[in-house]
Each structure stands twice: as structure tokens, then as C-alpha cells.
Design a protein around this ligand. Structure first.
Ligand SMILES: O=C(O)CCC(=O)C(=O)O
Ligand SMILES: [Fe+2]
Length: 584
């Protein structure tokens, strides 16, 4: 690596450290400023609650359970219970500030076939949902990927998703003022006397949206990609276009089992099931829609062993995640002082979503109780400017959180295309049956090596780190992952071919240097990431998981494996390329 590139490499690493440090500093400053005090927060019973909602949380909308079409509650609730009973909902071993932690909630991703969702350094792979009238997703062998029970469950989420797509609206008008109920809900309304010009425009815009929506519904809208690219100049997905939620992240937690929940530190809102955070990796300004279902008793989880799912937390104390600018353990341990009023306690029996303005300790927080079957939306830029947390009630509770993820980089389709791009640079001599690289242009080599790292660390290792959990109940990802591993192995071959060229004395000196730079860069990165994944797989928390959920460090091979073009451990090769560069 040229000194310049090496500097850049470390600068990039440092940049992420710096932003972490900056966040820590900000958090620390807030905590200092706050001292022993708590920031006020308002609940529906408090005077000024509605005003605060309108002025500071306008992007939040509650949709009470009665708005859902007939029968949908039953279908969704039974689908949630099916996922739980079948053992599909699992706690994720995520990374928070360079530490491994289990999420307090158990999760599964359901959505468009081939979609993934990445949060806290963890990529979840969607169990595909099924559209109306469709037979169900088939795997590569033409067999259904899940049994009929799961298929029906996933279909219910698709149905709920359709409802959310048609129901969600931006909550604010152009001036950031929250719409009134009649403004957003009563489609019979016509512009009347005294309606200001802005509102008329709003209404016309809405009508236009309605029309566009109807037109789009007639098209095949299953991908929802064309308007969700952050690079396109089309308006944000919930302004002027139909929203296409493409995945739902399902959450489950039973507070009687998860007894180690952290106290909400800034406002004293109570126990948190999910700490303060922004939802990551969504199309900018896209909305999030949440269905909340609290159920009286823990549904029996028949698909898992005793150590599985949430059962594990009862006997073993585990660290749980706090996302974003979450809890600062030592400083903020004390609970709100004094005895809480009965009213507050009653309120805390209910599950609530908590909201706060990011990095702000002056605006009161908001705690919104959710009755079973209630839904809420986070629209406009609420997710960017605010953080939210989930406050545990007394009962077990599920939520289905529908999101718009970037289909341009988060799908199987995307990574398969990337693999093909990389492999285009590999050619086979049919006579000699030997392989070689087509182009030795540094930019081409760089591109290939980047894809190699992307497929290894963002897809293969992510997938296997989550153990065999996917294959256990859905075969959809089996074949694509196998193929991806084959492609990746070809890329190992390509790296080896590059190494040969670089080490060949007959290669022109100047090109050789440039190629060696590219190679060294890629190998250093690869070696470091492989180590990080090894560490994650071997962490003490990972050891507590039952066999089928335990992380698998894959691909892994012994350095002498004759089937593999290069060793797993790259340190010796890195040294060779490094010393070659010194000698140049
Ligand atoms: O369960 C909820 O209400 C929201 C969960 C949440 O914030 C998340 O999964 O990101
Ligand atoms: Fe969230």
C-alpha cells in the first residue's frame, strides 16, 4: 500500500472512531447538563400533551385499532403467534459501540423476496411474503420455500403491509404544521370557504396523489425501486408518490421473561425494551408504520429448546443492547425518585412508544401508550430529527414494523449483479483450460476486489453468523447463498491470479506497483474483517447459543486446503506484497 493509501485507510477507520467518540462526547455533555434531574415528558393525561405533539412531534400519527379492515387483526395476530411458536423470532447478537450484545427483543424479518435489512452491524435476510393469489414463493427447486402454516403467516404481513401502504400519509403540510384529522382523513371534504391557498394546494396535491396511487396500483408495483433511490430527483417516498413498504421487522418481547431491562435514563419513562435510536438504513424521509399487539400470555414456543429464544434470559443474565445514544449505566442508574403515583403506574402497565428530539434536553419527551391492535406512523423527517424507544408494559408484546429499505443496494438481485460484474474480469482459455484476468487496469482490479470484500463480509459472513436459523424454517435463501459462495470462490481465484501477476518479475514495473497497491489494500482489509468476524463468532455470548443458532464462521478453510486458491490467513501474503513494495 502506498503511504498515501495507507493513510487514507487508517483515516477512514479513524473517521468512524471519531464519530463514535463525538457521539459519546455529546451524550456525556447531555448527561452532565442534566445532572440528577430528569427531563419532563408528557403522556396523554398530562395538560399540554396534544400541543406538544402538534408542535414538536408532528410526524407521529396514531391509528387506533378500529381503522384496520375486518379480520386483519385476527390474521396478523395469529401470524405473529405462528412465528413465535415456530421459533422464527430470535434475539440478535448485534454490535453496539464495538461490543457484542443480545437484543432484548426477539426478531425476524419478513418482506419482499430477496430483501435484507441491516441494523447494528447485522444483516437480516427476509423470509419472503406472498402476494394475493400467488401460490407462494418457490425455492430454486420449484418447491415451496416454507410450509403452508408459515406461508399463511407471511401472507398476513403482506396484507397488513398493503393496508399501511394505502393508509399512510405525510403528517405535515409544506410549512411543517400538523394536518388536522379532517385534513388527512376525510376524503369527502371539498375546499370550502375560508380555506387558505396553502390548504387548497395541499388538497389538490393529495387528490393528485390519490390518482397516481390508483394508477400505480394497477401497474406491477412489487419492486418499489424506481422511486426509492436516494440518488434520484423524485420526491421523498411519502410525498407525491405511493409509499412502498418492502419489509417488516417483527419484534417480540415478554417482560416477565426479560427481567434485566434498562431504565430509560433521561426522562424516567420506565423500562425500555428497545433503547433510544433512529431507524437505520431506510430510504431517506420514508415513513415507518408499526402494528402493536400485546397478548396476555406468552405463546408457547414449540420449535426451540429451553436455551432458545427468550427462554435463555431467565437463568443467564445477558447484556442487552441499547442503541443510539442510549443509557449510560453508571451515571443514570437511579430510578425516578419517590413513589410513583398510581396513575403513572397504571400507565406504565401499558406498552408505549417514547419519543424525543435528538440531542435536545429542553423539549419534553412524549410517551404514547399503545392499546393492543393500535398502529402508529413515523412520517416526514421524524426518524431523522427524533429518536424513539419502546417502553415495556406488563404483557408480552409483538410489533410489526414496516419500512422502506433501499432496494438498490439491499437485495439479492443487487449483490448477484455485483458478483457478475466482478466475474466478468475472469476468462478461461478453452484449450489450456487455464484462467486469467481480462483486464489489469488498477480501477478494474480495485472494483473486483471491492466486490469480493462486499460479498464476503456483507453477505456470506453475515448470513452464516446467524447460524442455521434461516434454513430451519424457510429454504428460500439456501440456493442463492450457495451460488454466492461459488462466485466468491471464483473471486478468491481472481485475487490469486492478481497476486501471481504482481509477483511476476516480468510484469512492467510501474503497473506492478499500482497493482500491488490495490492488492495490498484489499488484503489488509480482508484480513482485518476476517479477524473481526472470527472474534464475533467466538465471543462468550455466541457460545451461549444452542447449536442451530450458533454463529458459523463460514467460509473457513485450513490454509493447506488444496481446493482453495488462497489461504484463509493472509498475513504471510500481506508480508510478501509489502516487502515487494518496499523493494520497488
Ligand atoms: O416496537 C415498536 O413499536 C418499535 C420498534 C422499533 O423501534 C424498532 O424495531 O426499530
Ligand atoms: Fe425503531
Amino acid at each position: 500500500m502506498k503511504p498515501r493509501q495507507r493513510k487514507q485507510y487508517f483515516r477512514n477507520m479513524k473517521r468512524s472512531d471519531d464519530s463514535e467518540r463525538e457521539k459519546r462526547r455529546k451524550r456525556w455533555r447531555l448527561i452532565q447538563e442534566l445532572g440528577e434531574q430528569r427531563i419532563p415528558y408528557l403522556s396523554p393525561a398530562d395538560p399540554g400533551f396534544q400541543e406538544l405533539w402538534d408542535s414538536s412531534y408532528a410526524g407521529l400519527a396514531l391509528r387506533q385499532c378500529s381503522v384496520l379492515p375486518d379480520g386483519l387483526h385476527e390474521r396478523v395476530q395469529s401470524a405473529l403467534i405462528t412465528l413465535q411458536r415456530r421459533g422464527c423470532l430470535l434475539r440478535d447478537l448485534v454490535r453496539v459501540r464495538d461490543r457484542d450484545v443480545f437484543t432484548a427483543v426477539s426478531r425476524a424479518l419478513v418482506g419482499q423476496p430477496g430483501y435484507t435489512y441491516r441494523y447494528l452491524d447485522t444483516r437480516l435476510f427476509a423470509i419472503p411474503w406472498h402476494c394475493e393469489g400467488e401460490e407462494g414463493q418457490k425455492d430454486e427447486n420449484g418447491k415451496p420455500c416454507c410450509d403452508s402454516d408459515l406461508r399463511d403467516a407471511c401472507k398476513a404481513f403482506w396484507e397488513l403491509n398493503q393496508f399501511f401502504c394505502s393508509d399512510v400519509r405525510p403528517q405535515t403540510n409544506a410549512r411543517g404544521v400538523k394536518r388536522s384529522r379532517s385534513d388527512t382523513e376525510n376524503s369527502e371534504d371539498t375546499p370550502g370557504e375560508g380555506m387558505c391557498e396553502e390548504s387548497v394546494k395541499d388538497r389538490l396535491l393529495e387528490e393528485k396523489q390519490e390518482k397516481e396511487k390508483k394508477e400505480e396500483e394497477e401497474e406491477d408495483s412489487s419492486q418499489g425501486c424506481s422511486h426509492s433511490s436516494p440518488l434520484s430527483s423524485t420526491p421523498p417516498p411519502n410525498v407525491g408518490r405511493l409509499v412502498q413498504f418492502n419489509i417488516t421487522l417483527i419484534n417480540y418481547m415478554d417482560p416477565t421473561v426479560m427481567t434485566q431491562l434498562k431504565e430509560e435514563p433521561y426522562y424516567g419513562m420506565g423500562k425500555m425494551a428497545v433503547g433510544w435510536h433512529h431507524d437505520e438504513n431506510l430510504v431517506p424521509l420514508s415513513p415507518v408504520a408499526v402494528y402493536s399487539y400485546s397478548c396476555p400470555a406468552e405463546p408457547k414456543n414449540e420449535g426451540v429448546t429451553e436455551k432458545d429464544g427468550q427462554g435463555q434470559s431467565k437463568d443467564k443474565e445477558k447484556e442487552t443492547e441499547t442503541e443510539g445514544e442510549g443509557t449510560c449505566k453508571e451515571e443514570l442508574k437511579e430510578e425516578r425518585e419517590g413513589l410513583e403515583k398510581e396513575e403513572v403506574q397504571k400507565e406504565k402497565a401499558c406498552w408505549r412508544v417514547g419519543l424525543k428530539v435528538a440531542w435536545d434536553i429542553h423539549t419534553p419527551g412524549l410517551a404514547l401508550p399503545l392499546q393492543s391492535g393500535d398502529c402508529y406512523y413515523m412520517t416526514d423527517d421524524l426518524n431523522r430529527t427524533h429518536q424513539h424507544c419502546v417502553l415495556a408494559g406488563d404483557m408480552a408484546r409483538f410489533s410489526s414494523t414496516h419500512r422502506v429499505v433501499q432496494c438498490c443496494t439491499r437485495t439479492l438481485d443487487y449483490i448477484q449483479k455485483r458478483c457478475s460484474e466482478a466475474l466478468e474480469n475472469l476468462q478461461t482459455d478453452p484449450e489450456k483450460n487455464t484462467k486469467s484476468l481480462k483486464s489489469l487496469l488498477p480501477s478494474t482490479l480495485q472494483h473486483t476486489e471491492d466486490i469480493h470484500n462486499e460479498v464476503e463480509f456483507e453477505w456470506l459472513r453475515q448470513y452464516w453468523f446467524q447460524g442455521r436459523r434461516y434454513a430451519r424454517f424457510c429454504s428460500w435463501w439456501n440456493k442463492p447463498m450457495e451460488q454466492m459462495e461459488k462466485d466468491w470462490k471464483e473471486m478468491e481465484r481472481m485475487t490469486q491470479l492478481l497476486l501471481d501477476v504482481v509477483e511476476d518479475e516480468n510484469t512492467a514495473q510501474e503497473n506492478r506497483r499500482e497493482m500491488a497497491d490495490v492488492l495490498l489494500n484489499a488484503l489488509t482489509d480482508r484480513q482485518q474483517h476476517r479477524q473481526t468476524w472470527r472474534d464475533r463468532c467466538q465471543s462468550s455470548l455466541a457460545q451461549t447459543l444452542p447449536a442451530e443458532e450458533a454463529p458459523v464462521d463460514r467460509p473457513y478453510w485450513s490454509n493447506e486446503d488444496p481446493d482453495m486458491p488462497l489461504p484463509f490467513d493472509l498475513s504471510e501474503i500481506i508480508n510478501r506484497v509489502e516487502s515487494l513494495l518496499w523493494r520497488m
